[in-house]
Design a protein around this ligand. Structure first.
Ligand code: GLV
Ligand code: MN
Ligand code: MN
Length: 435
């Protein structure tokens, strides 16, 4: 005789099937079939496909879709109003990125809405699922572009003048994609609509993988920034130019790469030159120019600034030695973000009440939630990543952990939608006790 399956098991199987279905629909968009990596860059044809997918998923659920002044998409359950509960993430990727960084937060948000509605919940306030534009900064170089514009963390004119590798400005890319750039910038009306923001994200590290739990709560984002190093030398023939006559920008750049690693070691920070553009990029041509972008992160802001100053000095000396001109520009700097302690306590408390143990962990990865934290109460949930690999085609989360993530997000949203948003600091368990 077949054993009857419990209601909870049936529910979980249903959720798993929904997750597989929605995830599967998204899987092919922007995927390089050779590497398995994703190239999902803002305002491109691939991005328009992702944005259409978002609209289709929202429409299928009867959610009203709005696009804000900065191009961020919002799908509303309930009439849009101030003080809503907002969840979601981003759909763009780094070059050759993984499937989970960003999309997991959007897909989980949609499935959590399904679960809340299926349970017959009558929310006290509206909920929005958001898809932020260009979180990775892969096309225009500025991470968290949509949330930075919305909060006024970047000047609108400056952002619109940023160009991609083909020289297309953000303003032109937006226009070509059908979004009017004239209204881009600080959007107080959109901010007022956010009562709280909870972003679910795949973990980009092994904190959870080293423990027992599949879901965690973020405590903080470590400070991080990006700097543009531009080395200008003299292009010439690779065969006929004597070594003593060369002004080869590749050489001081190479010294800078080594120094960045050495200085990071000393400062207990991390540095990466992950993006380089060489002009003219020919095997038999001495480059005339090398543009390289440094990503630097660490535990303390002062330490990072000092590290980059030291690196600049090393690079300037090396450049002078080769008759090469160097300019260094800071493209962005995000100070440490401590997530709203009361809200995070409240997340842990509602998860605890649902018997979901969720450890607390910091991250060295940037997120829109970190930008929004300057203006609204913000929290994050992380889903276990068995290898910790991210920004790579090998980024992964097991489907059953993703389902755990949807369940955790559902629990958290249920509480935020039905209880007062007045976040009471003694409401939850103290963060230390929850570790
Ligand atoms: C985004 O994932 C970043 O940390 O740069
Ligand atoms: Mn990322
Ligand atoms: Mn992300």
């Amino acid at each position: 005789m077949a054993l009857a399956r419990s209601g909870a098991t049936v529910e979980r199987d249903r959720l798993r099937a929904s997750f597989d279905g929605v995830w599967g629909d998204l899987a092919g968009v922007g995927r390089d079939p050779r590497s398995g990596g994703y190239d999902r860059f803002s305002w491109t044809g691939v991005d328009l496909g992702l944005r259409e997918w978002f609209v289709a998923e929202a429409t299928r659920r009867g959610l009203e879709v709005e696009v804000d002044r900065n191009g961020n998409q919002w799908a509303w359950w309930g009439a849009p109003a101030d003080g809503a509960v907002v969840t979601g993430s981003h759909l763009d990727s780094v070059p050759g990125g993984g499937a989970f960084d960003g999309p997991l937060g959007v897909v989980s948000a949609l499935l959590a809405v399904d679960a809340l509605r299926a349970s017959g919940l009558a929310p006290e306030r509206p909920l929005a699922v958001v898809n932020f534009v260009e979180e990775e900064g892969a096309r225009f170089g500025l991470a968290c572009l949509g949330s930075r514009l919305m909060t006024g963390a970047v000047d609108a004119g400056h952002a619109l003048s940023l160009t991609d590798d083909d020289g297309t400005s953000l303003a032109d890319a937006m226009s070509a994609a059908g979004h009017a750039p004239e209204h881009v910038g600080l959007d107080e009306a959109a901010l007022a609509r956010i009562g709280v923001f909870v972003e679910l994200h795949v973990e980009q590290g092994v904190h959870l993988a080293l423990g027992e739990e599949s879901v965690g709560v973020a405590s903080a984002i470590l400070p991080h920034g990006r700097w543009h190093f531009c080395f200008e030398g003299e292009g010439n023939h690779a065969g006929t130019t004597r070594l003593v006559d060369r002004h080869d920008p590749m050489l001081p750049f190479a010294e800078a790469v080594g120094a960045a690693r050495r200085l990071a070691d000393e400062a207990q920070a991390v540095t990466t030159f992950g993006r380089v553009r060489v002009d003219p990029n020919g095997t038999n041509a001495i480059p005339s120019r090398v543009d390289a972008w440094l990503d630097a992160r660490g535990a303390d802001e002062v330490g990072i600034v000092r590290l980059v100053d030291d690196l600049r000095r090393v690079a300037e000396e090396a450049a002078a030695g080769h008759g090469v001109r160097l300019t260094v520009t800071n493209d962005s700097f995000t100070p440490v973000v401590e997530f709203d302690a009361s809200l995070s306590d409240r997340l842990r408390s509602s998860l605890g009440a649902a018997s979901i143990a969720a450890p607390t962990l910091p991250t060295a990865a940037g997120h829109d939630a970190g930008i929004l934290a300057a203006r609204v109460p913000t929290a994050m949930l992380f889903v276990r990543n068995p290898t910790g690999i991210s920004h790579s085609p090998h980024e992964h989360a097991d489907a059953s952990d993703c389902v755990d993530g949807v369940e955790a997000l559902t629990v958290v949203l249920r509480d935020l939608l039905t209880e007062s948003l007045e976040v009471v600091s003694d409401r939850g368990v103290p963060a230390e006790a929850a570790r």
